[in-house]
Design a protein. Structure first.
Length: 88
C-alpha cells in the first residue's frame, strides 16, 4: 500500500519533525553510511545553499552527538553568503 504524501499528518514538535504514519526517521549514522556511497547535486538559490551546508554539517559531524545548534550555526548555513563574484 503506498505511503501518504509527507505533508499529510506530519508535524513539528520543537525542533523535531515527526513524520506521518508509515514513514521513519533516520539516524545520523544511517545517513552518513548511505551518502558515503551516493552523490547529491544541489541546484538553486540560497535555500539550496543552506540545505547543502546543513547536509554537509550533518554528514561530517559526530553521529553520536550532533546538536541542532551546530546545524543552525551561521558559519554553517550562511557559508559563502557574502562572497559574490563580479562579471569581468
Amino acid at each position: 500500500r503506498p505511503l501518504p504524501p509527507v505533508h499529510i499528518n506530519s508535524t513539528w514538535v520543537g525542533n523535531q519533525w515527526m513524520p506521518p504514519p508509515g514513514y521513519r526517521l533516520y539516524e545520523t549514522r544511517e545517513l552518513q553510511d548511505y551518502f558515503r556511497q551516493h552523490s547529491i547535486l544541489f541546484i538553486g538559490d540560497s535555500t539550496a545553499r543552506r540545505q547543502y551546508a546543513t547536509m554537509y554539517a550533518m554528514l561530517t559531524g559526530n553521529p553520536k552527538n550532533l546538536l541542532v545548534e551546530e546545524l543552525n550555526d551561521p558559519e554553517v548555513i550562511d557559508v559563502n553568503r557574502m562572497n559574490k563574484s563580479q562579471e569581468a
